[in-house]
Design a protein around this ligand. Structure first.
Ligand code: C2E
Ligand code: MG
Ligand code: MG
Length: 632
């Protein structure tokens, strides 16, 4: 009986199974699908042996029985094809319901194939030159082959079409596996006595196992906990099934082991691993950066479990519990904060690296609100970055009216970003983020350069303007090369510095007063003048004006408004105006929207007025048209 090759296949598969079962495994969809392929191939080879036996002893057995066994073998080939499709689909259909729907369709097709195979006639030997050759043939075989061909074509189609979704290693492994099958069936077709298709299946399984299904690849080598790769796979699966879970991250920065000698740290880590592995209903993962991830799939008990684990660190570790360890903790009570696995991991990384709040506390609970805020910030950062890279930063100019000269004599340059959709984004939505990320340095420079270019192209005096005011952020004021960079830009465009007035705010001096003053002195020495912005917002006090080498004080819109709304504010403003004039400084009143407001400000002796009453901030060309109308 020619079953030696099949028996080798069985032995090979049993050996692989032994190694597979000995490993610590995590319940991953891909591994379940792999077991499906394994089982289907195993059944296929076993039934192959049975069918060879049945055909060999066909004279002793009832004919129906022999045919039934031979046809069963054919049907197991369909089983293998289906299991291969299921294995491939795990990567493609991450949504569990879509996956199941697809599998259902394949199963129905396989069932039709199976019924066809059983109904259609099959012959299993013929005489060639007087010698009996064992070879199944006939319509039943063609039904199976036809159906198997459909499945294999589908696999090839998916391999090509869904290339991006399939793990490249899995793609490669499945390709090798299919090639082995095809080669084996070709050989078997040509040499009908060489029954190697079943054995080829077991070789294919070995390829899959070696290439990516060895459970050991999911383990962290040092601790035996599951690895970060397994964490991604596993959480991806939980998200796909919409299972809510809590995540506790234990982070061991160097400070965690402050009082532990270097030689003892590994032993303590292993003690922790042992401790974690004993806790029921949790799964522990560890990445290369020594961060432990505890996944708790029951959010009701998760909080208590997290508390218990943290409480363990109140006592020491190591011999006689002599060493105290103080890790940092991140806790995500629910999955709604992330939405998908890579977001979750990105979120944790992001908070680790950027969370200023995190570095202050040792425990940080990530709630939905803070995450939404973080994502908005991330989006804004992206918006700014794209605008900088694609020249979508724009400068608008808001005219400033001189009550003395009764015309527009200056303007404030105000930044805007043109979004991808063409809509304008106001600075209120991005300045803070630009400051926090440091991008304000580049953004401010772009604005300043655009203003200089504007002045170069439109000589200000021609339009009756004396200067343009440009805002400086707190961060720019604390940047030690600000003066040098701005002077270089003015030189580049050959701008007379008298056309520039830089606006600072009081908060600029709280961080780095010395740098601010150095920058101011250099720029003033060069010929630039300064204004103090936001006066009256609580960020300002009168003493400050005395200290700062500014020429203009800008009353914030809120101050202008409160003059008309609040009796007491009137007196404050009167006193401020009196004092500022006493110091020989000019005032710009911002946010003047009505004729009445304008009239009152003028009567108060305020020299400059800025507000919608005259004009909103305008794009450069419109601003020039606006000025032309005034001069004509
Ligand atoms: P800011 O420097 O106090 O600028 C005045 C703001 O008040 C501008 O808002 C202007 O459009 C608005 N405004 C002027 N008159 C009126 C009015 O009559 N009614 C109303 N409702 N609003 C009026 P914008 O352009 O949205 O700028 C907001 C803030 O963003 C600015 O306040 C400034 O702090 C900052 N900013 C704008 N451009 C830049 C820039 O290039 N660099 C930096 N660092 N900050 C900038
Ligand atoms: Mg301003
Ligand atoms: Mg202002």
């Amino acid at each position: 009986m020619h079953i030696q090759i099949q028996c080798c296949g069985i032995v090979l598969m049993l050996t692989l199974f032994y190694f597979y079962m000995r490993q610590r495994r995590i319940s991953l969809n891909t591994q379940r699908a792999f077991l499906g392929v394994f089982l289907a191939t195993f059944i296929c080879i076993t039934v192959d042996i049975l069918s060879i036996g049945a055909i060999e002893y066909r004279d002793l057995l009832p004919e129906h029985f022999v045919k039934f066994i031979a046809k069963s073998y054919l049907i197991t080939l369909l089983g293998v094809a289906i299991s291969a499709l299921s294995y491939m689909s795990v990567d493609i259909y991450t949504n569990h319901n879509v996956y199941r729907r697809n599998m259902k369709t394949y199963l129905i097709l396989a069932l039709i194939g199976a019924i066809g195979t059983y109904i259609a006639p099959l012959d299993y030997h013929y005489d060639k030159d007087g010698v009996t050759v064992m070879y199944t043939h006939g319509p039943s075989l063609y039904v199976t082959y036809g159906m198997a061909l459909i499945f294999f074509l589908r696999i090839f189609y998916l391999l090509r079409k869904e290339k991006a979704k399939i793990n490249p290693r899995r793609r490669e492994a499945v390709c090798i596996w299919l090639l082995i099958w095809i080669a084996a069936s070709q050989i078997q077709f040509m040499y009908t006595n060489v029954l190697i298709v079943g054995y080829a299946g077991s070789i294919g399984i070995m390829v899959l196992y070696l290439k990516l299904e060895n459970p050991e690849t999911n383990l962290d080598r040092n601790t035996g906990l599951f690895s970060s790769g397994a964490l991604y796979q596993y959480t991806k699966q939980l998200f796909a099934r919409e299972i809510d879970f809590a995540t506790l991250v234990i982070i061991f920065e160097n400070t965690a082991y402050q009082n532990v000698p270097l030689g003892k740290r590994d032993a303590i880590k292993m003690e922790l691993v042992e401790y974690l592995q004993k806790i029921p209903d949790i799964l522990c993962f560890k990445n290369a950066e020594d961060e432990f991830f505890v996944i708790m799939e029951n959010p009701q008990t998760a909080e208590q479990q997290a508390k218990t684990i943290r409480a363990r660190f109140r006592s020491g570790w190591g011999d006689g519990q002599a060493h105290m360890v103080h890790p940092q903790w991140l806790y995500l009570p629910h999955t709604n904060v992330a939405g998908q696995a890579d977001h979750l991991l990105y979120l944790i990384r992001h908070i680790r690296q950027n969370g200023t709040t995190f570095s202050e506390k040792d425990f940080f609970c990530i709630e939905k609100d803070s995450v939404d805020q973080m994502y908005r910030k991330k989006e804004t950062e992206q918006l700014i970055l794209e605008a900088i890279e694609n020249d979508r930063v724009e400068v608008h100019y808001q005219p400033i009216f001189s009550t003395g000269e009764q015309r527009i004599t200056s303007a404030e340059a105000l930044v805007r970003i043109r979004g991808r959709d063409g809509a304008l984004v106001a600075p209120g939505l991005f300045i803070e983020v630009a400051e926090e990320s440091g991008m304000i340095l580049r953004l401010g420079e772009i604005v300043f350069e655009k203003v200089c270019q504007f002045i170069q192209e439109h000589p200000l005096e021609q339009y009756g303007l004396h200067y343009i005011e440009v805002n400086l952020s707190v961060v720019q004021c604390a940047y030690e090369w600000l003066a040098r960079d701005y002077i270089n830009i003015m030189n580049k465009y050959q701008i007379d510095p008298k056309y520039i007035n830089l606006e600072i705010t009081e908060s600029a001096s709280t961080n780095a007063k010395k740098t601010l003053l150095d920058n101011m002195q250099s720029l003033i020495g060069y010929g630039v003048k300064f204004s103090l912005d936001d006066f009256g917002t609580g960020q300002s006090n009168l003493n400050y004006i005395v200290d700062m080498p500014v020429d203009i004080i800008k009353f914030d819109r809120s101050m202008t408004n409160s003059y008309f709304e609040n009796g007491k504010a009137k007196y404050v403003m009167d006193a401020a105006i009196h004092m500022i004039h006493g110091m020989n400084l000019e005032i710009v009143s911002e946010g003047v929207e009505t004729a009445e407001q304008y009239q009152t400000m003028q009567e108060l002796g305020i020299s400059h007025i800025q507000g919608y009453y005259f004009s909103k901030p305008l794009p450069a060309e419109e601003f020039i048209q606006f000025l032309k109308k005034q001069t004509s």
